[in-house]
Write a protein that binds this ligand. Structure first.
Ligand code: NI
Length: 258
């Protein structure tokens, strides 16, 4: 069994975990998962993420507002995020970004609050979790403008875009999508990204890897993603988990080394 699996991106405050959250989270360690960063979707989710981090030793929190929900965002929310960031287990601002697939918030509104949250992260010296769906050009432009530390979560861009992200000093997050049958570009990206700039993630309860696609995702299923990426990189899955855990502790420096 693999050890040192660090899931840098999950959503355990999602309603899919309402009935058995404690069972799921207390069993993760037995399945080789050494840590999870719970990413917020909106302000209430950020508050819940902190509660989870307070309750479970191996959970940390990212606080921020997802592009779907920025239509309701206010200046007071930025102030509350700033206060939340003082918590010792709040290790990043996220997830934030642009989603031009759904456009649940108008694009100009998405850009405005993405920039405000990038500025906040830079002010606080915290890394960011970036959500970029069908918004590669604008995302890249704003990252070049603000130069945050952080990771593009569930990276869906080309090798060319990955190269630009790496040039900005950022990390690439890969999850279940690399195992999907038609996953040509994510697999090319997995091969291309150097081992010291890669992070593993689930996006649980979403993005469940093959062979469990269609079922609810939990952090232990990273094992399937890790096997796939490791094969592409010609290393063992354990080497990959060890390296990506180290990367996680390097990028999210508020997590004490363990
Ligand atoms: Ni997510």
């Amino acid at each position: 069994m693999l050890k040192n699996i660090f899931d840098t991106h999950a959503h355990y405050d999602d309603e899919d975990f309402l009935l058995d959250l404690d069972d799921v989270l207390t069993s993760l360690e037995l399945k080789g998962v050494c840590g999870v960063i719970n990413n917020a979707a909106n302000m209430e989710s950020a508050r819940q993420s902190i509660k989870l981090a307070e309750k479970y030793a191996n959970i940390w929190a990212a606080v921020g507002v997802h592009p779907h929900d920025v239509k309701d965002m206010t200046d007071a929310d930025i102030d509350e995020l700033r206060e939340m960031s003082k918590h010792k287990k709040v290790v990043a601002i996220g997830e934030i970004g642009l989603d031009y697939h759904y456009n649940f918030s108008a694009q100009d509104v998405q850009i405005k609050w993405f920039e405000r949250q990038l500025e906040l992260a830079n002010e606080l010296g915290l890394p960011v979790f970036i959500h970029d769906r069908e918004a590669h050009a604008d995302t890249l432009e704003l990252l070049k403008k603000h130069r945050p530390k952080g990771v593009i979560h569930c990276f869906s861009g080309s090798v060319e875009m990955a190269r630009e992200i790496l040039n900005l000093g950022m990390y690439i997050g890969l999850g279940g999508a690399v195992t999907f049958k038609n996953a040509k570009t994510p697999v090319e990206v997995a091969r291309y990204v150097p081992l010291d700039r890669l992070l593993l993630e689930t996006d649980a309860p979403y993005m469940t890897p093959v062979p469990f696609r269609g079922k609810r995702c939990t952090s232990d299923l990273i094992a399937y993603t890790a096997e796939k990426i490791a094969t592409e990189k010609n290393i063992s899955a354990q080497e990959l988990c060890d390296a990506t855990k180290n990367n996680t502790l390097t990028l999210f420096s508020k997590i004490e080394k363990f």
